[in-house]
Design a protein around this ligand. Structure first.
Ligand SMILES: Cc1ncc(COP(=O)(O)O)c(C=O)c1O
Length: 305
């Protein structure tokens, strides 16, 4: 999509990205700006890990052509107010791309109700396989965007003088697709729908509250991402201890967390930290597992203090 926008943006156009993006929703836009002379501007956030909507409103202007933002931050768990982000962008005529990689496993998404121009999902975040995902795009936009790859299957007619392109969505599907990945992604979505997103959201909310309370009872533990609107992701550090050290001990105890910058270095820079320990819960986790995590963190703290 970022490639497609090369033919749409011109020098001086502006593109807004939020301060809490995954690198995958920063770097392609920086590359696009380098190709076109467009200007990248950042929607700032506060210490709770919430976007500053007033500041966002000030950044929007007739020059804004595209706004890109995640629905849920992978580093902080914040659920962003994308309904307002989308409608405010539309008021100045800008298109909006929402990165739903971390929202899709937790929230039922209705792209039509959201009136979003583009919405992306990675299959591997939602019980599916790696290397496959989904890009939703409004028909008017997908018609406007040129193909980003050439090859078989994406053509209507090929001659040495001129090639015409296939109808949507085939125009964007050059070559033999990842057929197995697509089928597996479909099965994953059927499975998630059979569990039910309402049940998932209710259960995960309780689990998040339980885990947050228990972790905060550990002295010196600070959680990054304290918005009221969160998915069950807890990013934390313990004063004076490097996140990698805690992660290594938890790993030895058989507890899987991720440590580091979570592909969101600007978020770590904002909080002036090298990284965090991140425990991500899902509908299949239990309170007992939260208890085991909390005991593990206590043990790690004791060993490293
Ligand atoms: C919020 C967010 N966006 C995008 C991505 C990147 O997904 P992919 O590796 O499928 O491009 C991730 C993966 O961690 C993510 O958490």
């Amino acid at each position: 999509m970022a490639n497609g926008f090369t033919s749409i943006l011109t020098k001086g156009d502006e593109l807004l990205v939020s301060a809490m993006e995954h690198h995958s929703n920063i770097v392609p836009w920086q590359m696009l700006c380098e190709r076109t002379g467009a200007i990248l501007k950042v929607i700032p956030m506060n210490h709770e890990g919430e976007l500053l909507i007033e500041e966002y409103t000030k950044l929007l202007s007739g020059n804004t052509k595209l706004v890109v933002c995640n629905h849920v931050s992978n580093a902080l768990g914040t659920i962003n107010p994308i309904e307002s982000i989308i409608s405010l962008a539309h008021e100045v005529g800008a298109a909006v791309l929402i990165d739903g990689a971390q929202a899709a496993p937790h929230i039922k998404i209705d792209v039509q109700k959201l009136n979003v121009d583009f919405y992306t999902v990675s299959a591997h975040k939602i019980c599916g396989p790696t290397g496959v995902g989904m890009l939703f795009g409004k028909e008017e936009w997908l018609t406007k965007l040129p193909p980003y790859q050439g090859g078989g299957e994406m053509i209507a007619e090929v001659t040495f003088e001129k090639t015409t392109y296939a109808e949507l969505p085939h125009k964007f599907e050059a070559g033999t697709p990842n057929i197995c990945g697509g089928i597996a992604f479909g099965a994953a979505l059927d499975y998630m729908n059979s569990v039910g997103f309402e049940a998932i959201a209710g259960y995960e909310k309780e689990l998040l509250e339980y885990a947050t309370k228990k972790l905060l009872a550990i002295e010196g533990l600070r959680i990054y991402g304290t918005s009221e609107h969160k998915t069950p992701v807890i990013s934390f550090n313990i004063e004076g201890i490097h996140p990698y050290d805690i992660g290594t001990i938890l790993d030895k105890l058989g507890i899987a967390v991720r440590t580091g910058h979570h592909c969101a270095q600007p978020v770590m820079d904002y909080f002036k930290i090298p990284g965090t320990v991140r425990a991500s819960f899902s509908f299949y986790n239990t309170r007992e597992e939260v208890d085991i995590l909390v005991e593990g963190v206590k043990k790690a703290k004791q060993m490293l203090s």
